[in-house]
Design a protein around this ligand. Structure first.
Ligand SMILES: NC(=O)c1ccc[n+]([C@@H]2O[C@H](COP(=O)([O-])OP(=O)(O)OC[C@H]3O[C@@H](n4cnc5c(N)ncnc54)[C@H](O)[C@@H]3O)[C@@H](O)[C@H]2O)c1
Length: 239
């Protein structure tokens, strides 16, 4: 197993590989928690649900090749992946919009265990202010700028209605936030250098529905009316 040197740190890892790194991290954490010290690429690939050739290729971007006959050192590989995706460091996060979804997100313990610390919950509705959610008091949205400055927040989560999302994103960016996780069914416009990830569970469900439909009609080898090209139209409907 080879450690990366500083020149390799700047190497660009393909986006698809970056998206799989948290999956490997989760699988390695499970292996570590069951007391497993080393694992083969096949074992790790099975635990992560990918094929082992893809896993070896992904890990090679991190300079991690395993040791022939021994495999990967679980703890070291965990450390390497965590360092690569930046979760060895503490990331202060703000969540804006503390309604149904905001409450669920604020109560999710998995953020903290992965290095994401929710430092503030912000909402525009005064009726929500001062409510304690997972031990954090909901504050006025207008406190955004001072909170971002005080805690050095780089990541913001938007859980407001779609109509408010662009304004919230603009305020986040102006305050210095450069990464946004957007749950609102709205397409956000942000300046270059700001990363936006959109999460939409209804799209995930629609993709599953598409596969269900394919399974149901696969036997006849035909597709239902209105799905001429086999790809159903994906709408931005909220759940
Ligand atoms: N991505 C997904 O999979 C998914 C799943 C569920 C809900 N959603 C979306 O998440 C959003 C929230 O859903 P919900 O059910 O929690 O709604 P909700 O109405 O319960 O909560 C929205 C909260 O946002 C606050 N808010 C409104 N405008 C604001 C502003 N300008 N600044 C700060 N706070 C503001 C409201 O006061 C309210 O507390 C919606 O856009 C919904 O469509 C997405």
């Amino acid at each position: 197993m080879s450690a990366r040197n500083s020149s390799e740190t700047a190497r660009v890892i393909p986006e698809a590989t970056v998206a799989r790194l948290p999956v490997y991290l989760r699988a390695l954490t499970a292996l570590s928690e069951s007391g497993i010290r080393t694992c083969s690429s096949e074992e790790l690939a099975t635990a992560a649900g990918v094929n082992s050739a893809k896993l070896r290729k992904d890990l090679s971007y991190l300079g991690s090749y395993g040791t022939r006959g021994v495999g990967y050192d679980v703890e070291y590989l965990r450390y390497q992946i965590a360092r690569e995706i930046g979760v060895t460091q503490d990331w202060p996060v703000v969540i804006v919009g503390i309604g149904n979804l905001g409450h669920a997100l604020a109560n999710y313990s998995g953020f903290r265990s992965r290095g994401f610390r929710v430092v503030a919950l912000l909402d525009a509705d005064p009726e929500r202010h001062d409510e304690l959610v997972a031990g954090v008091a909901v504050q006025p949205f207008d406190d955004l700028e001072s909170i971002v400055e005080e805690h050095g927040v780089a990541i913001g989560v938007i859980a407001t209605p779609a109509l408010a999302a662009q304004n919230v994103a603009d305020r986040m960016v102006a305050a210095g936030i450069s990464s946004i996780l957007n749950f609102a069914p709205a397409v956000l416009t942000v300046p270059e250098g700001v990363d936006v990830r959109k999460v939409d569970l209804s799209i995930e469900l629609q993709i599953l529905a598409y596969h269900e439909q394919r399974k149901a009609h696969g036997a006849q080898g035909s597709l239902p009316d209105g799905v001429a090209d086999g790809v159903p139209e994906v709408t931005e409907a909220a759940l």
